[in-house]
Design a protein around this ligand. Sequence first.
Ligand code: HEC
Ligand code: HEC
Length: 153
Amino acid sequence: MKSLALLALLAVSLPSLADRMPLPADTPASYKSECGSCHLAYPPALLAKKDWARTLSSLDRHFGSDATLDPKAQQEIGRFLERSAGDANKLGSAGEPPRISQTARFIRKHDEIPARYWRDPRVKSAANCEACHRGAADGRYSEHDIAIPELRR
Ligand code: HEC
Ligand code: HEC
């Protein structure tokens, strides 16, 4: 019993694991350069395998941009996203076209943020993770490390 209580204590005092999401050690350089040039190279665990596959199969019409890859990069990035994708059951539907910011997991993690902040000129879009998570490029998503002072804890 004592060790159980100690474990419970440890669990609450350790920082949340969910706020650390660095790119996996085996992330190919092509992912960082090709998928990190217009926006953050998003953590692969935040979309399910089938949603990454849908994203990669329509890169010629990617949110109003042409993000087409050469065949080698397409294959390398495809394999990487397939092996590093998140659990579809935990993430929930990502909508069409798939968006991390439309998954149930994302919405749940951000449900205390007043709607006006998603349109705030400092933020512009929910896809713009770094506007709020200043450590996002290094995989840090702590609620204490938010660029918008009113949203910081
Ligand atoms: C030419 C620019 C460009 C490139 C290159 C690019 N994207 Fe995007 N991406 C966009 C734009 C624009 C959006 C929409 C952003 C918004 O809604 O604010 C977007 C949105 C996304 C989203 C949805 C974000 C969300 O949760 O709302 C995902 C996922 C995504 N991109 C993945 C990728 C992947 C994977 C690659 C590499 C194969 C890639 N992108 C390369 C421009 C680009
Ligand atoms: C408008 C600012 C804003 C934007 C944009 C935003 N977030 Fe957040 N995010 C927050 C805040 C504030 C929290 C803390 C929420 C809380 O604890 O109630 C948070 C929490 C999180 C968490 C949970 C951390 C934990 O401790 O469990 C993750 C993961 C996360 N965000 C990822 C993202 C990703 C990925 C994007 C971009 C696709 C993004 N966020 C865009 C403000 C934002």
